[in-house]
Design a protein around this ligand. Sequence first.
Ligand code: R5P
Length: 296
Amino acid sequence: MADLEGNASAKTFHPDVPAVAFTHNIRGAGNLDWGMQNRLARIFDPQTGRTVMLAFDHGYFQGPTSGLERIDLNIAPLAEHADALMGTRGALRSSIPPATRAGLVLRASGGPSILKELSDEYTAMAMDDAVRINADAVAVQVFVGGEHESRSIRNLTTLVDKGYGVGLPVLGVTAVGKELTRDARYLGLATRIIAELGAQIVKTYYCDDGFEDVVAGCPVPVIMAGGRKLPELEALTMASNAVRAGAAGVDMGRNIFQSPSPAAMIRAVRAVVHQDLDPADAYELYREATDAKALA
Ligand code: R5P
């Protein structure tokens, strides 16, 4: 208990100063509860309102992906460069240091492996466990137009309800199957459905035509998914185009951890996302860091 002696008697209430209205720049989040906003602010940099998320959840359906053979060696050293990590609870518990300062987004849907029909997913973890891990969000795949569309929507809405119970946001991911196109019409449909059904963040692929309309039509932050491995300059250009079209950042996996120099690549991605650096200049940063490492 504080010592009752020696308190200064003067009090300053500033009666003429209106209460400070704290706001942040995370789209659609202004009416969420404090805890949910706090968790979102651990994913999105409060200065830029954007995020560089590092995805390494591929093993949940495709096993030991190239570049992820040893998450403790491949990913843990990159965590300091990421605003948030996106992985499975198994990978986090076994291979990521609990002292990491990065935000945590936990993969929460799963089921089929690459040997089966991928859209046949269920909710794959309990919200209690996300809280126990101290996650900042959970991620669920949504197969709009897919064979198991309604079930994947139910996976999403169940997690959203449970997330509100504990103040934990949900990241809805637009899944694109073989039969679904990645054009603005489809992505606009899928992102809007996911947001309207309650996801506080949506992740989707970039499309060359009309991506700004996809983002504008989605009332919550849209994060660009990385997709297949591209040459570094192309990946940086895609990330730059996405944030300049309004995306609130990127969630990239293979384009970072399959790069010959993953640390240099994630730093270059950061420059594009947080500083709006031109992709050609960010690529120079990547090359300089890669060359310096080769000479060391
Ligand atoms: C996709 O929704 C899954 O989360 C993927 O495992 C992951 O995000 C893919 O990352 P990338 O396509 O950038 O390698």
